[in-house]
Design a protein around this ligand. Structure first.
Ligand code: F6P
Length: 549
């Protein structure tokens, strides 16, 4: 693949940028009453308004040309067909096969994976049903009341986010908890008040070698066996993994193991057996609806022309701001308390996928790649970092996400929430001119000297871009669509930037060094030698504090 900055469309976009960068969106809206219609699109129940972006039709055309030139349609076809597009790990990338409810044949190394997926999904459904109806019992014959998922990264964030998002679909008397951090406080606080007789642990790890997960699972097993004995493990532990050998070695009966495959990336795995806690929490039929929503988005992404393709449009807008406006951050702002963990989930999905500067061909990326992603739910962010969004020195594109109906209609709450989300997009776009600020201050009868002093502080530049995603209601189906939308957006950006979005070598170095530091922390005989002066000094200081010196 040739260099991104050598693409013809890149050059065209560079010169187009110089024409567009000073246009104000206020003027673009004033000049075109059709702008909303022109720059919005729907997929099923999900509507995207992207008219509040610093673009013209020419911008969209050029960005679409860039996507074509960078081979987005070809890579998309390769992904859906099961080609090994995760080049550094020689793996297919087939989270789409996990929600292939249409039953398309998808082959990996000559084998159709669809029957494998369906068989495992049937096992997940059956197990979830048993836990929910009480026919799966603990060692003393009692039904499960608490499920504790132990996993981290992709084996935690997706299921935790979805389980929280779909809490209204939960079952009373059955709670699903998530433990991820190796800090024992996470496990200890979660287990407080739980009864070993009615607790089921799900150990979720693709590799089953992850230090945090195995440490937490070992301590959880001690907690269980201290109360119920070693023989209880079979009724109280199940695992989701690709590594049957390691699951068996850990002492979990592989009959209680739900498997997935190396062509499912960890951060794309919530649709696989890793979704078992979701299926238990919301029921297999709702889990199926989640898959159906994702499949709706897959179909749209696979088939819609690039210029009318929601994930492609979101990806191209991100490229526009990252690579031409020099924006290094992106805010995801769900106006729904149930989506509180969506930004955290997307941090892994996006930043572990596209936080890279080496291209597929091993050469450095000489252009910016994935942005810093952050966000907070609802109006909380407005009373925190929105100040910077409105008046700070950084241009930070925002995605607002808002279900039109609440699961908890109470008085004016939801109307207020919706008024706020719509107001934020409008405020970011319009801003407030000096003349408007002055008129406001004068109307408040302030003395002229104060008006003059305050006006510069009250000005909002506006012209700050945002997308707004709305849906009737947050349901398993709309959530499935939303997550798949972001997955495909990330994919398209990776293709354009020329990077492999499906490996994560950048997480390895810290893991290696932690393994070297651990003995030095635990054992006086292990010297801190071989570390830089700062790390060696910190090791010594931490050791002294641990010893109470
Ligand atoms: O599921 P596993 O193998 O325990 O890995 C957990 C997480 O660790 C990572 O490899 C990063 O450290 C993620 O990509 C993954 O989701």
């Amino acid at each position: 693949m040739s260099r991104l900055d050598h693409a013809t469309a890149w050059e065209a976009l560079k010169s187009h940028y110089t024409e567009v960068r000073d246009l104000h969106m206020r003027d673009l809206f004033a000049a075109d009453p059709e702008r909303f219609r022109r720059f919005s699109l729907s997929v099923g129940d999900l509507m995207l308004d992207y008219s509040k972006n610093r673009i013209t039709e020419e911008t969209r055309n050029l960005l679409v040309t860039l996507a074509e030139e960078r081979g987005v349609p070809e890579m998309r076809a390769a992904m859906f067909s099961g080609a090994p597009i995760n080049s550094t790990e020689h793996r297919a990338v087939l989270h789409v096969a996990l929600r292939n409810r249409a039953g398309r044949v998808i082959e990996v190394d000559g084998e159709d994976v669809t029957p494998l997926v369906n068989a495992e999904l049937a096992k997940v459904r059956a197990f979830a049903e048993k836990v929910r109806d009480g026919s799966w019992t603990g060692a003393t014959g009692k039904p499960v009341r608490d499920v504790v998922n132990i996993g981290i990264g992709g084996s935690d964030l997706g299921p935790a986010m979805v389980t929280q998002a779909l809490k209204p679909y939960g079952k009373s008397g059955l709670k699903v908890h998530f433990v991820s951090n190796v800090d024992a406080s996470h496990l200890v606080e979660t287990l407080k008040g739980l009864d070993p007789e009615t607790t089921l642990f799900l150990v979720a790890s693709k590799t089953f070698t992850t230090q945090e997960t195995l440490t937490n699972a070992t301590t959880a097993r001690q907690w269980l066996t201290a109360a119920l004995g070693e023989a209880a493990v079979a009724n109280h532990f199940a695992a989701m993994s690709t590594n049957a050998e390691a699951v068996g070695a850990f002492g979990i009966d592989t009959a209680n193991m739900f498997r997935f495959w190396d062509w499912v990336g960890g951060r794309y795995s919530l649709w696989s057996a890793i979704g078992l806690p979701i299926a238990i929490a919301i029921g297999p039929d709702n889990f199926d609806a989640l898959l159906a929503g994702a499949e709706d988005m897959d179909r749209h992404f696979h088939e819609a022309p690039l210029a009318e393709n929601m994930p492609v449009i979101l990806a191209l807008l991100g490229v526009w701001y990252t690579n031409f406006f020099g924006s290094g951050a992106h805010a995801v702002l769900p106006y729904d308390q149930y989506l509180a963990r969506l930004p955290a989930y997307l941090q892994q999905a996006d930043m572990e996928s596209n936080g890279k500067t080496t291209c597929r061909d091993g050469k450095p990326a000489l252009w910016a790649t994935g942005p810093v992603l952050f966000g907070e739910p609802g109006t909380n962010g407005q009373h925190s970092f929105y100040q910077l969004l409105h008046q700070g020195s950084h241009l930070i594109p925002c995605d607002f996400i808002a279900p039109a109906q609440s699961h908890n209609p109470r008085g004016d709450h939801h109307a207020i929430l919706l008024a706020n989300v719509l107001a934020q997009g409008e405020a970011l776009m319009r801003g407030k001119t000096a003349a408007e600020a002055e008129a406001e201050l004068e109307a408040a009868s302030l003395p002229a000297s104060q008006v003059e002093a305050l006006v510069p502080h009250k000005v909002f530049p506006g012209n700050r871009p945002s997308n707004t995603l709305i849906m009737p209601r947050l349901t398993p189906r709309t959530l499935g669509m939303l997550i798949a939308l972001y997955e495909h957006k990330i994919f398209v950006q990776g293709v354009i930037w020329g990077i492999n979005s499906f490996d994560q070598w950048g997480v390895e170095l810290g893991k290696q060094l932690a393994k070297r530091i651990l003995p030095a922390l635990k054992d006086d005989a292990s010297p801190a030698a071989g570390h830089d002066a700062s790390t060696a000094g910190l090791i010594a200081a931490v050791k002294a504090l641990r010893a109470g010196k």
